[in-house]
Every structure is written in C-alpha cells, then in structure tokens.
Design a protein around this ligand. Structure first.
Ligand code: PLP
Length: 332
C-alpha cells in the first residue's frame, strides 16, 4: 500500500493549517466543535483547492503544460485558485465560467482578472451540455499554437486531487495526537464537486475508522453525490494500491441546506455566517461554508449529531464571495 507522500506534489500552501476549538459555538450547540482552518491554506487567497492542486499542478509541471483550463461558477474559488497556481508556474489560465457575462467584476471574478485569466462565460441553461466541448476547444486552440494544454475538471475532483484530503486527515490525526486527544466522532464538510469528501472518506477509513463524515450539499441531491463520491473514493484507494471500496449508501450527504440553488445565499446560511462571525470571529462564506455550518447547527439542534459529540468542521475557504453578496448579507 502506498502513502500520500509517494506521489509527486508541488508546494503551494502552508501546512499544517490550524485546528482550533470554537468554545462559544460548542456551548450553544451542546457538541464540541473544532474547525480545521483550510481557509488559511494561504496560496492565492486560500481554501480547500490548494491541497488538491498540489498534486494536480505537479502533474502539469512534469508534463510541461503551458495552458491550464478549468471551470466553475461566477464565484468559483476553484477557478480563482487554478488561475493563481497556473501563474505561479508560468502557465496561462483559461476559465470557462457558468453564467452570463457579469456587469461588475467582484469577489473571485475580480481576483480572476488580477491573475490575468482568459475568461469565457457560458449561458447557465446550456452549461452542462456545452462545458466539455468548450474546454476542449480551448485545449485544441492551445495545442494548435504549440502550447501544451491541461484540463482540470470542475472542483479538481479527481482521484489524484482527492489525495490532498487523505493527507488532510493524516495531518489532523497528527495534530490531535500531539494534543493528546482522540479521533473526532464526526467531520462536517461542504460538498460541491465531491473531491474533498472522497478524500476525507479514504483518509478516515485509514486513520479514523469510527469517525462519521457528513457532506452538506451546496448544489445537487444526495443520491448524485453518493454515486459520484463512492466511485471517486474507490479510485483514490486504487491509486494508493489499497483494496477498499465504498457503496453509495456508505456516503452520508445532507441535501436540505442548499436553499434555492447553488451560488444563491440561503437564509439559514446567512444566519450561520452571522452567528459564527459574532460568536467566534470566524468568517464563513455564503456559497459553501455558511450553508455547511447551517447543516451542522441543524443536525446538532435536532440531535442527529448526538449531544456531547466531538465534531470537526472543515473550513474550506471562500471568503472572497462575501463581498459580491454584501447587499444581500446586509438586508438580512
Ligand atoms: C470547492 C469548495 C468546496 C467544495 O469542495 P468540493 O471538493 O468541490 O466538494 C467547499 N467550500 C469551498 C469554500 C470551496 O471553494
């Protein structure tokens, strides 16, 4: 069986990220909440994609890639971090974003501009049928110019990228051991493309086999994620030469906290942002981590996370997306 260190990796982030207690939130909820500060991963504005990109960009460097192409929504943290990572290695970023051409460039869109990414906007209606072709067209154009292209899928959600979150479990395990504390009962993480959750499932089976992992969907229904994430976890274990598999029903997804749609702030998510900001001085975001924290709060309040449990909340970043939603946040 291989180890996460057997795979080539570039250094992008600052690890280990802090693992902190949230004492006032814990007291309110009656569960013992810690937060893993992957919003402090440091590179290109930070967030969870940094761990995945350490592996994915190592492949791009090894293969002499000149143009990196990826996709996401308007406020995609992933697209912004790919743009930063491409620039760090002298490559050109191309981002095909779901949405109409914006009137103002705020939040991640502003950062995409600062990184000099080439931007293409795809009509949200036709996005899912057109995205593969649109990214391939950029790849073909780059190849025709003699520049080697690489396409990174939505969210960097591949088995190789998921190794970043196997590594994150290993890192948290070392942090808890150093503090003389046991493995947590529960991990809660926002789930958008599923790569983070797949890596957490593989890592937890290895280091923390009794820990339950709950993905709070910010977009799709539970069954879509369960199929996708169990397959990605299988592939990730296979990369590690580890004979393990997951069934869709092994993956715990909560899909009741999306609100009206992906990328649209929900009332519960906004409330969670205010609560955590004012109880703990921690900034969440309206697209991912606010909705995931809404899930954690509701699961604790209804007892689905049992009273007294130890919980780690994965802070996956995203605070640039606070600013384009300023008005909505203030109206609340
Ligand atoms: C991408 C992202 C997620 C979701 O992670 P996936 O691996 O795509 O499921 C969660 N939170 C933030 C802030 C993100 O940028």
């Amino acid at each position: 069986m291989k180890n996460v260190n057997d795979f080539e990796r570039v250094t992008l982030g600052f690890f280990p990220t802090p693992l902190e207690s949230l004492p006032r939130l814990s007291e309110t909820l009656g569960v013992n909440v810690k937060i893993k500060r992957d919003d402090y991963s440091g590179f290109g504005g930070g967030g969870n994609k940094v761990r995945k990109l350490e592996y994915l960009m190592a492949e791009a460097c090894r293969e002499g890639v000149k143009v990196v192409i990826t996709t996401g929504g308007h406020q995609s943290n992933h697209a912004r971090m790919v743009a930063a990572a491409a620039r760090k290695f002298g490559m050109k970023p191309v981002l095909v974003l779901r949405g109409d051409e914006p009137q103002t460039y705020q939040g991640n869109l502003l950062l995409d501009k600062l990184f000099g990414a080439e931007l293409q906007f795809l009509d949200p209606e036709g996005y899912f049928t057109q995205i593969e072709g649109a990214m391939q067209a950029h790849a073909d154009a780059a190849a025709a110019r003699g520049e080697k292209p690489m396409i990174i899928p939505l969210g960097g959600a591949t088995a190789l990228g998921a190794l970043g979150y196997v590594r994150a479990v290993e890192e948290m395990d070392a942090q808890l051991r150093a503090a003389g504390e046991p493995a947590p009962d529960v991990i809660v993480a926002p789930t958008g493309s599923g790569g983070t959750l797949a890596g957490l499932y593989v890592g937890a089976r290895r280091y923390w086999p009794k820990t339950q992992i709950i993905g709070v969907s910010v977009s799709a229904k539970a069954d879509w994620f369960q199929t996708r994430i169990s397959a990605m976890a299988d592939d990730c274990a296979r990369l590690l030469d580890w004979d393990q598999s997951w069934q869709p029903q092994d993956i715990w997804i909560e899909d009741g906290f999306v609100g009206s749609a992906y990328g649209v702030p929900s009332d519960g998510g906004i409330e969670a942002i205010y609560q955590v900001a004012q109880q703990e001085g921690v900034l969440l975001d309206p697209v991912y981590t606010g909705k995931a924290m809404h899930g954690l709060i509701a699961l604790a309040e209804t007892g689905r996370i049992a009273p007294g449990s130890s919980v780690i909340f994965m802070h996956c970043g995203g605070s640039p997306a606070l600013y384009p939603f300023a008005q909505k946040l203030l109206e609340h």
